[in-house]
Design a protein around this ligand. Sequence first.
Ligand SMILES: N[C@@H](CCC(=O)N[C@@H](CS)C(=O)NCC(=O)O)C(=O)O
Length: 199
Amino acid sequence: MAQVKIYGSVQSRAARALWCARECGIEFEHLGTDSKALKADPEFARINPNGKVPAMVDGDVTLFESMAINLYLAHKYGKSLWPTTIGDEARTYQWSFWGMTEVEKPLLTIVIDTFMTPADKKNPKAVEDAKTALQSPLSVLNQALKGKSYLLGDTFTIADLNLAAIMAWAKLVKLDMTGNSDVANWLDRCLSRPAFRGK
Ligand SMILES: N[C@@H](CCC(=O)N[C@@H](CS)C(=O)NCC(=O)O)C(=O)O
């Protein structure tokens, strides 16, 4: 039996951890794809008392939070995914936290309104506000990617994986990337990796 267990369906943020585990090339068990059953499972409540996915178990290490799970997996198993200098390690944390704090919420607002909100409950103003809120972080990211294939240079690392896993929602909602072509090209590069597509 695989030692690493990842909980959560592919439609959830568990997709981030599944992508990372595939990039690491490790054997892992994918559990908890039925979110109702998972929530009712007292064993899962011990793994993630927040009742959310993803969660991960690796021997005696139990984790929740998608970014933390991925940082752990990449550090332990990721070989070239993990940066080689302390500066790049710090930049990896920077981009992972930045994605969660500056980008995820407005993107999620658009995803929810586009795919999960009935027509009579849609909120175009909230979507417009979210798009406006994304303009500044997108242009920051575009600037950071100038002259580089990936966030830390020429190599795809966990910094790219974590941020692209969040930014994948931008692709899903066909967010306008006019003026941010470096972001669009970087995102395409990251999301065209076989491990993202489940291979
Ligand atoms: N910040 C957390 C968010 C986890 C989260 O909200 N997961 C959603 C699925 S994408 C969930 O489990 N929702 C169930 C619920 O809120 O009851 C992470 O990145 O792991």
